[in-house]
Design a protein around this ligand. Structure first.
Ligand code: GAR
Length: 212
């Protein structure tokens, strides 16, 4: 199960910049057969990010592609290199897993409707960076995790799945982020599985689940 050379399985291209715990949950679900997909390639904008080590350990092809001159997005050459690497790996779905750069224009046109992201809040609350810290600072009692399609806006695309997480009185940013990540690791592989099985339909801004 989860053979990266399989041509029959739904093929994922994972982009990440950091720890790679969501990649770990996804590749684990591919390997144990609960997610009917294979991770064909991992790409990172950060040299020697932990996600690259995890990919290596999981036997998944992984490349570092330098992002170019900008701080928050890819420059033109980098964007083209990411598109080529994902096309060469014949990916069906681009999975952002802690990829800390905004994707736009050419990239989204190349994979229209085929890019998903996980975000550590109940969107549309707390888009952007360190959403768990934003939740603590704002004083909400409930936050969570969201899986959504990626569009031109920041953390704005159609929502596919959400799980709530309580905010407890003694929470530190780290403890709350860890609790949210537990939810991410449940809903991200499950949602990707639903997409792979063709069970997610888009109706305007809403997604609906078919086939269950
Ligand atoms: C995750 O919590 C993810 O939701 C967040 O980065 C973390 C990456 O963790 N992404 C964003 O904040 C994107 N706006 P991981 O590398 O261990 O999967």
């Amino acid at each position: 199960m989860g053979d990266p050379n399989s041509t029959s399985l739904f093929r994922l291209g994972v982009l990440g910049s950091g720890e790679g715990s969501n990649f770990g949950a996804i590749v684990g679900a591919c390997q144990n057969g609960t997610l009917p997909a294979t991770v064909a390639v991992v790409l990172s904008d950060v040299e020697e990010a932990a996600i690259s080590q995890r990919a290596h350990e999981a036997g998944v092809a992984c490349s570092h592609i330098a992002p170019g001159k900008f701080r928050t997005k890819l420059d033109e050459a980098a964007e083209a290199a990411y598109i080529k690497a994902l096309n060469d790996a014949k990916v069906d779905l681009v999975v952002l897993a802690g990829f800390m750069r905004i994707l736009k224009g050419e990239f989204l046109r190349a994979f229209e409707g085929r890019v998903v992201n996980v975000h550590p809040s109940l969107l549309p609350a707390f888009p952007g960076l360190e959403a768990w810290k934003q939740a603590l600072d704002h004083g909400v009692k409930v936050t969570g995790a969201t899986v959504h399609f990626v569009d031109q806006g920041v953390d704005n695309g159609a929502i596919i799945a959400q799980e709530t997480v309580p905010v407890l009185d003694d929470d530190t940013p780290e403890v709350l982020h860890e609790r949210i990540q537990g939810a991410e690791h449940r809903i991200y592989p499950e949602t990707i599985g639903a997409i792979a099985r063709g069970e997610i339909a888009l109706r305007g801004r809403r997604t609906v689940r078919t086939g269950r």
